[in-house]
Design a protein around this ligand. Sequence first.
Ligand SMILES: Nc1ncnc2c1ncn2[C@@H]1O[C@H](COP(=O)(O)OP(=O)(O)O)[C@@H](O)[C@H]1O
Ligand SMILES: O=C(O)[C@@H](O)C(=O)COP(=O)(O)O
Length: 423
Amino acid sequence: MILGAIADDLTGATDLSLILSRNGMRVVQVIGVPDTLGDVARDADVVVVALKSRTIPAAEAIEMSLASARALQAAGAKQLFFKYCSTFDSTDDGNIGQVTTALMEHLGTAHTLACPSFPENGRTVYKGHLFVFDQLISESPMRDHPLTPMCDPNLVRVLSRQSNRPVRLVPHETVRRGAAAINAALLQEPGICIVDAITDSDLRAIGRAAAQFPLVTGGSAVAMGLPDLYRENGWIAPAAEREAFIAPEGRGVILAGSCSAMTRRQIATAEKAGMQMMQLDALRIASGEITPELVVAFAETASQCSSLPPVIYSSAEPAIVAQAQKTLGRMHAGEIVEGLLARVAATLATRGYTRFISAGGETSGAVVAALGCSAVRIGPEIDPGVPWVLSVNTERPLCLALKSGNFGSEDFFLKAWEMLAWA
Ligand SMILES: Nc1ncnc2c1ncn2[C@@H]1O[C@H](COP(=O)(O)OP(=O)(O)O)[C@@H](O)[C@H]1O
Ligand SMILES: O=C(O)[C@@H](O)C(=O)COP(=O)(O)O
């Protein structure tokens, strides 16, 4: 194994695993802090550890990340990659800066870079400012994220508030001059460099520039150049063949806890396509009016009426989410919704459901933990950043599509489901 990756949420981990496996690396993805990785890592070029550390207190996120780093290093990782969201999801309390700083200290390195750019999904960084397609992040729907509202587009400023290390910019003028110029800029002074990147070729140059860095941090796309680089250096074998993906027979369900504008559009499209819908309200879950039993009963009835999977969603407009948060508290509202969706998933799995599509990083983390799944194998790509994956250690095999809230086309749910017809 050459690369050890730590992702701060589950959908982010599968996104990174997909990019690396698409570029011919043998990827193993584990969920939660691993004790040891001996057997798991033996035939892998990279192990990706999926945490649920994006919105927890910074001290806990640091502890989980360092424990994962130690396990990855013990299994042979020569370089570490800290993966966070392409929309830089975090608050001033953390956790991107704090975890990066802790990993730098752990590795004894004074230099690293931070770059969430993912042009294929419309995320670019220019003059240190993060864009989502044509909008600054702070003017995009991400300003209303339920847990990590992004209101400052200047990443140098954002990261400076989260780290005691100096944070500066490597501007696009330097990035355009290629890997050697970027490398020189990164090494000029100690600290964390936000690096501008607006195209895949920028990202490949950045990867090359950081080839010898013990720690790289960023969105998944920053890793796209690493596999070729490792092969050129003889550190990994020629591109691996992808294993066949065989979806287990069984019923399916869609569970959506993401409130992103894209997930809400995908839900509307699913309804138009004839999927059976149930909307969950956070306040009614908190009052006990909506119970897991009620939701499971809906899913079972809906599955009898239609060959399409039912959609169970708490996704709502910012005003509704804000109202729930005012009554329940921001984090508690999230936990209540995640808890319900997780219990529904666990019950459905005992009743023959084997195909789960989940929308939202925190949501997917909760759902997959409840399914008892601690490792997955990466399958075919549904949309950029979102593959089907197969559980490797559950009682019965499960196939899962873990969709980042912001990712996927408007017909994502139907498209993901139809892919299983030939898998
Ligand atoms: N109706 C709602 N009211 C309050 N919080 C909600 C509601 N629906 C979902 N949430 C919470 O919002 C958070 C969404 O985060 P996540 O699942 O990571 O989605 P995304 O991928 O869009 O960031 C979760 O913690 C979820 O439980
Ligand atoms: O980088 C990304 O945008 C995704 O890989 C990611 O991190 C997903 O997070 P959520 O949007 O919270 O699902």
